[in-house]
Design a protein around this ligand. Structure first.
Ligand SMILES: Cc1ncc(COP(=O)(O)O)c(C=O)c1O
Ligand SMILES: N[C@@H](CCOP(=O)(O)O)C(=O)O
Length: 462
């Protein structure tokens, strides 16, 4: 199994190499050269299996010969042992044929734990075998950072630096990043927005002296292993609702496009997905683009769903790569145009995108109203991101096809917005009930590449 860059100018890599590399050296993103197929019978055979066994069967073909079956099973078992629900990703019925996929039962209460816990184990195993160490640098609008810190804290062969936009994450998200005491994890509050955090991370990858000097690795969804781990819950949820014998639709609260792109891969593998609906907040660049208005960056407006306050949606590059028929030259050209403001999508590619994705947008007022209405209707308390999914799903779904909306975070991560919506202050689960009492360790830092690189060089373990 080989991985190739969306921009076509970087070496082909194995799964393990792609995972440890992060961004391709031509600035592109790795994708599988071929997408493994699961037959109708392979999918039917997932029925009744544990989440761990489903992970093994869905992900195994992507790994090639990088890990043995026994190693991979052991890694999966460790990754999902800390989830607080026996089903890891349980489904709840919200309304007839509308289901909520709860992805917030991991240690940091967001869907990021599914991939991050797994790649934390994969990194440890690969680095120990190779006798190597890496410096992980990540950008976060709140959830990737906390999940990465949780997964990698205390490891001797990894230093982790997480850039988050100062003042633009929830207090719970910030504290999850700033309170771990382990010396190998570092929360950096950048003077800028998420897009600037992500741009500086990509700048560091594109500065080869720095990249090679500190042995840079990435755990954002630029890392294909992150996305592949997220493919699994599309299979587990669809099968428990009757796939492959019937079609299932999904609505995904979307920002950096990693989660919904995992749904696209599941569909390409053979999962009978009817609709894949992109749900955006007021930062609706993806919705406008899928609506045929081109991909043009605007100002990011802070919202009550801060994790989705994104204009430069990194994985959209992967979606474009497939929509342009794997034309890496065309993708490279679009990404050049994006650097100077934006681009129009060709008619053919737009047609391909619209055959795969539907999209909708949810305003701030609609998000609040959905939290309140869902609580009244079914007793379920949604986080603002999940609420955006529920609202957009309601507008797009075909009532004859089961719709699964992804609940990407626990409401307790965004208590102020939830309280505003319905008057309830969702309590933190007991394992983190003292989060507000723990002391914080954050470095405020300028949005400047040289300053960041100096800071990282100075603080990596020697
Ligand atoms: C809670 C939450 N919901 C939705 C998203 C959007 O997911 P993606 O960036 O994979 O589109 C994020 C951020 O990634 C998030 O943290
Ligand atoms: N919403 C994300 C943004 C980064 O996304 P990623 O999937 O590329 O890591 C966050 O919470 O940080």
């Amino acid at each position: 199994m080989k991985y190739i860059s969306t921009r076509g100018q970087a070496p082909e890599l194995s799964f393990e190499e792609a995972m440890l590399t992060g961004l391709a050296r031509d600035g592109g993103l790795y994708v599988p050269a071929e997408i493994p197929q699961m037959s109708h019978d392979d999918i039917a055979a997932l029925s009744g299996l544990s989440y761990e066994e489903t992970t093994f069967r869905v992900m195994r073909p992507f790994l090639g010969d990088c890990f043995t079956d026994d190693e991979f099973r052991d890694i999966i078992a460790k990754a999902y042992a800390g989830f607080d629900h026996a089903a890891q990703a349980p489904l709840k019925q919200l309304a007839p044929n509308h289901f909520l996929l709860e992805l917030f039962h991991g240690p940091t209460l967001a869907f990021k734990d599914f991939a991050m816990q797994l790649i934390g184990q994969l990194f440890q195993s690969a680095l120990a075998r190779r006798g190597e160490r890496v410096t992980i640098v990540g950008a976060t609008s709140g959830d990737t950072g906390s999940a990465a810190i949780e997964a990698f804290k205390g490891l001797s062969n990894v230093d982790v630096f997480i850039l988050y936009p100062h003042g633009r994450v929830s207090e719970v998200q910030r504290r999850q990043m700033s309170t771990p005491a382990e010396a190998n994890v570092h929360a950096l509050a950048l003077d800028g927005d998420f897009d600037e955090c992500q741009a500086r991370v990509k700048d560091m990858f594109n500065d080869f002296d720095f990249r090679d000097g500190v042995k840079l690795a990435g755990v954002n969804s630029i890392n294909i292993a992150r996305v592949l781990a997220q493919v699994v819950y599309y299979f587990s949820s669809a099968v428990s609702l009757g796939a492959p014998h019937r079609k299932i639709s999904f609505t995904v609260p979307t920002g950096n496009f990693g989660d919904i792109f995992a749904g696209y891969i599941a569909k390409q593998m053979g999962l009978p997905i009817d609709q894949l609906v992109v749900a955006t907040n007021q930062n609706d660049i993806l919705h406008r683009c899928l609506d045929g208005q081109g991909y043009y960056k605007g100002e990011t407006i802070p919202s009550i769903s801060p994790s989705m306050d994104i204009q430069v949606s990194s994985n959209f590059e992967r979606a474009l790569y497939f929509a342009y028929g794997r034309d890496s030259g065309a993708v490279a050209q679009l990404m050049d145009e994006l650097a100077s403001g934006g681009f129009d999508v060709s008619q053919g590619a737009l047609q391909a995108l619209s055959e795969t994705y539907d999209s909708g947008r949810c305003s701030e007022a609609e998000t609040l109203a959905t939290i309140k209405a869902q609580l009244a209707a079914s007793g379920d308390l949604l986080c603002p991101h999940g609420a955006i999914g529920v609202k957009v799903a309601g507008e797009h779904r075909n009532p004859a096809v089961p719709m699964v909306t992804l609940a990407t975070a626990h409401p307790a991560k965004f208590p102020a917005a939830v309280k505003d919506a319905c008057g309830i202050h969702p309590p933190l689960p007991t394992q983190m009930s003292d989060l507000y009492d723990r002391s914080e360790r954050v470095t405020r830092i300028a949005n400047d590449l040289t300053t960041l690189e100096e800071h990282i060089r100075k603080h990596i373990s020697k």
